[in-house]
Design a protein around this ligand. Structure first.
Ligand SMILES: Cc1ncc(COP(=O)(O)O)c(C=O)c1O
Length: 395
């Protein structure tokens, strides 16, 4: 089987690469020449592992979900990234990148955020390392995720609301890249997902791969074999999914199911289902599927979930879909909400709206009773309580 990991030129098949303006060329080259040497060094690994254990609280549990297993007729395990410090998988990546930024002598940290989880995770590690932090966030997201905005401020970050476009994740990423262009020498841009120019998609996937490293060990202990039949995760840019599948990506025994945001339905025009609807294009420095109109202009995406509301997709996942290595399902807003209520009632776990899309995939799949299924709960639902309640009132 061919490899689905990145090649030496920074591509996944025909997806990926680094398409950046001249002014950023040097920064991206510097990063490309340093990242592997640093993150594979013994000294980095020691500090990273220690922080993941003592600060984040890893390993995160692999929880056998008894009642949901009965309902869906399989052995369902939940990988509990919601139990990490700051409430999602995002912190795995920000710890890794801030350790790298420090080693590269950078003093000023910038980030984009959608749901606010990556912003909070970045503000958290900046507080920990005593570094300046600026977070760009679309105004729409500032309003729908205001608790995370308050957390970022309390952690000492400057949150800049972005008012261009539909004021969501795409627009905050544009602004962060603009900032980076203005301060290329002293600034490190912590990208929150497997998006952006090479080496970001590969770097973020590697830093998140702790998720599948743990799944291997935990399944060995619980099931006497270190691989599942299926892995399920939601995809916005794709970082929790990349971490979940990383160590299984070339293992044909393991089926990969990715859940993207269908919004109000992929035929309605109010959707963020990039893999189903996107065409090849370039977004934020990478060649990948992009939701665009006939003139190649990026269309405004829509999802009830701020973290999945993105018109592009990580090149690693675009390639998995193009090569039919992954089965990609679009889960609509109402299906995700229903799945979130189901997890809450069956297992006593309130998931993030993003993770609820992965849970919504369960209804669309057929399992054998002996199938081992691992689904990543990428974050907890505290930030989404108001959305859940308002949806419930409408029912
Ligand atoms: C809890 C949670 N899950 C998933 C995502 C989607 O990002 P990614 O596809 O990079 O995992 C986000 C993004 O904000 C998030 O907050």
């Amino acid at each position: 089987m061919k490899s689905f990991l990145v090649d030496q030129d920074g591509y996944y098949g025909e997806f990926g690469g680094a398409y950046v303006p001249e002014i950023l060329h040097k920064c991206v080259e510097e990063l490309t020449s340093k990242y592997l040497e640093v993150i594979e060094s013994k000294e980095f690994k020691k500090e990273f592992d220690q922080l993941l254990r003592d600060y984040v609280g890893r390993p995160s549990p692999l929880y056998p979900a008894q009642r949901l297993s009965e309902k869906y007729g399989c052995k369902l395990y939940l990988k509990r990234e919601d139990l990490n410090h700051t409430g999602a998988h995002k912190i795995n990546n920000t710890i890794g990148q801030i350790l790298l930024a420090r080693r590269m002598g950078k003093k000023r940290i910038i980030a984009e955020t959608g749901a606010g989880q990556h912003g909070v995770a970045t503000a958290t590690v900046c507080a920990l390392m005593n570094m300046e932090c600026i977070v760009y966030m679309g105004k729409t997201d500032v309003e729908r995720q205001h608790i995370n905005v308050e957390k970022m401020k309390m952690l000492g970050a400057t949150v800049i609301p972005v008012t261009s476009g539909n004021m969501t994740l795409k627009d905050s990423t544009n602004e962060a890249i603009r900032d980076w262009c203005c301060h290329p020498a002293d600034t490190y841009y912590i990208i929150g997902s497997t998006v952006g120019p090479h080496p970001y998609p590969d770097m973020v996937a590697r830093l998140q791969s702790v998720i599948s490293e743990e799944i291997k060990k935990q399944l060995q202990e619980k099931e006497g074999r270190d691989y599942p039949d299926y892995l399920i995760a939601c995809v916005g840019g794709g970082s929790n999914a990349a971490g979940t599948i990383y160590h299984y990506i070339n293992d044909e025994r393991v089926g990969i199911i990715l859940a993207e945001a269908g919004g109000k339905g992929i035929e309605t025009g109010m959707t963020a289902a990039t893999i189903q609807l996107g065409k090849m294009g370039i977004i934020h420095g990478a060649r990948t599927y992009v939701i665009q109109n006939e003139d190649g202009q990026i269309e405004e995406p829509y999802s009830i979930s701020a973290g999945l509301d993105y018109p592009g997709i990580g090149p690693i996942h675009a390639n998995l879909a193009a090569q039919s290595r992954a089965n990609v399902l679009a889960i609509n807003d109402d299906e995700a909400i229903e799945a979130a209520y189901e997890l809450t009632k069956f297992e006593g776990i309130i998931p993030a709206l993003e993770s609820a899309h992965a849970l919504g995939a369960l209804k669309k799949l057929k399992f054998k009773p002996e199938d081992i299924v691992v689904l990543t709960v990428s974050g907890r639902g505290d930030k989404d309580i108001e959305t859940y309640l308002s949806f419930n009132e409408q029912l």
